[in-house]
Design a protein around this ligand. Sequence first.
Ligand code: ADP
Ligand code: MG
Length: 252
Amino acid sequence: MKKIIFGDHISKTFGEGQEKHIVLKDVSVEINEGEFVAIMGPSGSGKSTLMYALSGMDSIDAGTVFFEGMDLSALSEQTLAELRRTKMGFVFQQPTLLKNLNILDNIILPAMRNNKTSVDNIKKKAHALMEKVGISALEKRDITQVSGGQLQRAGICRALISNPQILFGDEPTGALNSKSAQDIMDILTEINAQGTAVLLVTHDPQIAARTNRVLFMRDGEIVNDLHFNRFNDTNIDSKIDKLMVEMRKIGI
Ligand code: ADP
Ligand code: MG
């Protein structure tokens, strides 16, 4: 399998002196092309910090993050921003869509900045994505006129507009009811099946059980890297049971 991301002995500290807090302790992790990975762990264990470090959104104090073999710290701010815009997609708990733009304009905005494709092509792509996630009828709506689940679908379309290699999600289903959350997971599963790697933070075993691999964090370290077996782990309930056993071991 080809590596997309390689975090090599990364450390991150917040604060100084008495206040010093090591949030990532010499973490090494690889994310391969097409993987579907969840990060679980107690609140404050460093899940978001790890995700931001791996995506180059946040700096690190020691170690190296490689994206497709490129050392992120060696890139200029501009190159790094472009890399994030074209090769990575981001989905957060609350989609950060703009209030004065309708759903369609919000979705196409990041691609318009890339300046490489025609507006027509970008719109075509946006329409295909909206169709895929079931929000085609909402393109002209203001973002205040749709539900939380619909907003998250729009956020996913926006994250996918540039065909990223990897989609990052920091608790992307955290603000949704369980039905909407599972619908979002159906969409992410389909996106993943079509080749996009997905890395998401979640505290919900029902969500993590939909992935193929779960990294467990505790106190800034990856303490377990559980790979589900493609052949044996096909039953969602038994996957949840497996996760609960591992969660108990680290106190969540
Ligand atoms: P998680 O996502 O697992 O809940 P985070 O990665 O957000 O955890 O945070 C891990 C630790 O780092 C927490 O103790 C948090 O308080 C601390 N932390 C995160 N971001 C900052 C920051 N910008 N400044 C200071 N401390 C931070
Ligand atoms: Mg977090």
